[in-house]
Design a binder for this molecule. Structure first.
Ligand code: 5AD
Ligand code: SF4
Length: 435
């Protein structure tokens, strides 16, 4: 019987997709997926360190795996992802958890097969600062309908709270021809919705020779490909989103009218401290641009509360920007101190009780906004891609990123249908197939 593997993933879409690459490498070594971590021969923890809570969960899981390994001593445990690349963490992990077989940094993912073959009793550490792009990693995709494609890696923005530029390195864009050939292949393989991934997709191409490419031109080239499919992308930094991007979306029915553009805060003072490089007025001007070019645009964003020195007035500016933007979906975060970032050593850290009260207020406000927007959808008809069959119902996604539940059978999965929205229940949309 072949050896089995289990990957446990923490964090963002980028990590979820990276786990598909890890699975691809393990499967090309002859391993097969295990039902549960406890019985797997190889366990990979693909970690996140954007907030402390993600790190705590990784450490908790390592405690459980230690016990599993006592019962199954030949189990191999590999820890990779953002947490391992953070300053000093690999050495600390090695000391604290000597039962880990290998600790691999974000730039060394392709070393996994080699490390598996050269199995050592001591914890091996593979970390480098050298940043590149590896085009040759096989990918074991997990869904027959949705696929992710990296268009770039890393980030140059150094928002003062964020660990990502330190653990993911500088921006590196993939060559356009490689992205196009991946997307073509995915369409041929039957994928219907392809999400382009990058920490800041709007700066795609800035690092390529002579700046010959930019994000709108990539979108235009992808939307010119044959077939019925939908392209999405995330994340958009507000300072870099171009009018041409909105124009490209407006001109093609293959590009989703959904934009994830985090504001982080509505206070100009806090935005300056965060090193976000825009004001709340500039952010709202970008939102207005998107709404005027794409009247049916679906918006989502990230907002953080409790950044150092945030006052009640700053927070009320955040409530204002959220009210003015009208997000369909908002991801809300409590600021988490990340060692090595400028904000971690700022004076005026906000007490947790204030952070919690503010996030509750923000969530309540967003719920009311989201619900009001959802109510407005009732009676409208949208093009919906059917993505999932659950509890006897079909779940689909509109061309502006909204989830819809409707009656239908499994055969609808992967089909584009027209759905009339009949009901909104607490921000959840229900509809009927009008075909
Ligand atoms: N604390 C809390 N939230 C953070 N994010 C990034 N760094 C931190 C931090 N230190 C949030 C931002 C970002 C999202 C992916 O995670 O809102 O947009
Ligand atoms: Fe972090 Fe800012 Fe880069 Fe986003 S843009 S990954 S928040 S540094």
């Amino acid at each position: 019987m072949s050896s089995t593997y289990k990957i446990i993933t923490y964090g963002c879409q980028m990590n979820v997709h990276e786990s598909e690459k890890i699975a691809g490498m393990l499967e090309s070594e002859g391993l097969t997926p295990a039902e549960e971590a406890e019985i797997a021969d190889v366990i990979v923890l693909n970690t996140c360190c954007v907030r402390e809570s993600a790190e705590t969960r990784v450490l908790g899981n390592l405690g459980i795996l230690k016990k599993a390994k006592e019962r199954k001593p030949d189990m191999k445990i590999i820890v990779c992802g953002c947490m391992t690349q953070a300053e000093g963490v690999a050495e600390k992990l090695k000391k604290r958890c000597p039962f880990i077989n290998a600790i691999i940094g974000t730039h060394n993912l392709n070393k996994i097969p080699v490390l598996l073959r050269a199995y050592d009793k001591k914890t091996q550490i593979e970390i480098t600062e050298e940043q590149g792009i590896n085009e040759k990693i096989p990918i074991a995709r997990t869904s027959g309908i949705n696929a992710w494609v990296n268009i770039m890696y890393g980030c140059n923005n150094f928002c003062s709270y964020c660990i990502v530029p330190y653990v993911r390195g500088r921006e590196r864009s993939r060559e356009k021809k490689n992205i196009i050939s991946d997307v073509k292949q995915l369409i041929n393989d039957g994928y219907k919705q392809i999400t382009l991934l990058g920490q800041n997709v709007n700066s795609y191409g800035n690092d390529l020779n002579g700046k010959t490419e930019n994000f709108p031109s990539l979108l235009r080239d992808l939307s010119a490909l044959d077939g019925k499919f939908r392209i999405k992308f995330m994340t958009s930094h507000p300072k870099d989103i171009l009018i041409e991007t909105a124009d490209a979306i407006a001109e093609s029915d293959k590009l989703s009218r959904f934009v994830h553009m985090p504001a982080q805060s509505g206070s100009d003072r806090i935005l300056r401290l965060m090193n976000r490089k825009y004001t709340s007025a500039e952010y709202l001007a970008k939102i207005d641009m998107l709404k005027s070019k794409l009247p049916d645009v679906g918006l989502s964003g990230d907002i953080m509360v409790g950044f150092p020195t945030e006052t009640e007035d700053d927070f009320s500016d955040t409530l204002k920007i959220v009210t003015a933007t009208e997000y369909n979906n908002l991801y809300t975060f409590i600021y988490s101190r990340r060692s090595g970032t400028p904000a971690a050593v700022m004076e005026g850290q906000v007490p947790i009780s204030d952070k919690k009260r503010r996030i509750r207020e923000l969530i309540d406000l967003q719920f009311a906004i989201g619900n009001r927007l959802a109510e407005k959808c009732v009676g409208n008809t949208y093009e919906v891609l059917c993505t999932e069959y659950k509890n006897g119902k079909i779940i689909g996604e509109t061309n502006c990123g909204k989830a819809v539940t409707l009656a239908g059978n499994k055969e609808l999965i992967g089909k584009f249908i027209n759905v009339r929205i009949t009901e909104n229940k607490n921000s959840k949309l229900y509809g009927v197939n009008t075909l």
